[in-house]
Design a protein around this ligand. Structure first.
Ligand code: SAM
Length: 217
């Protein structure tokens, strides 16, 4: 399946599996439109439409489609919304957000991954994504406020800068460590007044967030 000529039926089958697992129609259709094989290394392309994480080098992974879909669903992306992703990785999550009509900003700490994600996004036709190399725990202040922020690596705590860069009513979707072994995706909704609303949503397994977030106690 070198060039994955038959990728569309495979992507549709993947989307149907996700829909059967509770992913809504709009997100499932976005998953069906993204050529995931362009975001994985050539030697893993025959596995691109399996619902699993795959290695992309530098000890990092392209996330499992179900997790990408669930986190996108939790963001409640409306068309035209400005969304920040922390952890570009392969670029796949950014592509799914583009399919949902988001204006995507994505930060990656490993320069080589940001470069290969840029190439994959271009090859797949997603040329509007704003990419930057840097520590995502600082966010992207010049582009804030965001209608949603998604973090695709596990942190010990939600970085303050990300909470600050949310618009009122916007959501931060982030995996957080919960003791030494467990990780959960949390959705934190900023309110115009008062404390944010915290919801513990989904058990997951993510690679660690590095940079300043890791150094903090
Ligand atoms: N969203 C990606 C995708 O669709 O392929 C999956 C990302 S992978 C699970 C997590 C990514 O977060 C890795 O590429 C890693 O280098 C990056 N990362 C970890 N800590 C980071 C930080 N502080 N700032 C920015 N990126 C970070």
């Amino acid at each position: 399946m070198a060039e994955n000529e038959d990728w569309q039926p495979q992507a549709r089958a993947l989307a149907e599996t996700l829909a059967a697992d509770g992913i809504n129609e709009r997100i499932a259709q976005a998953i069906a439109r993204v050529p995931r094989h362009l975001f994985v290394p050539p030697e893993l392309r025959d596995r691109a439409y399996e619902d699993c994480a795959l290695a992309i080098g530098y000890e990092q992974t392209i996330s499992q489609p179900y997790v990408v879909a669930s986190m996108s669903q939790l963001l409640e992306v409306v068309s035209g919304a400005r969304i920040l992703e922390v952890g570009t990785g392969s670029g796949y999550q950014a592509a799914v957000l583009c399919e949902l009509g988001a204006e995507v900003y994505s930060l990656e700490i490993i320069e080589e991954l940001s470069r290969s994600a840029a190439a994959a996004l271009h090859a797949a036709g997603y040329d509007s994504v704003h990419l930057r190399v840097g520590d995502g725990s600082e966010g992207w202040p010049e582009a804030a406020p965001f209608r949603g922020i998604v973090v695709t690596a596990v942190a010990r705590k939600a970085p303050d800068a990300l909470l600050e860069q949310l618009a009122p009513g916007a959501r931060l979707v982030i995996p957080l460590e919960s003791g030494p072994w467990a990780q959960w995706v949390w959705r934190i909704t900023k309110r115009a007044e008062g404390e944010p609303i915290w919801e513990k949503v989904l058990p997951v397994r993510f690679v660690p967030m590095t940079g300043r977030a890791r150094a903090q106690p």
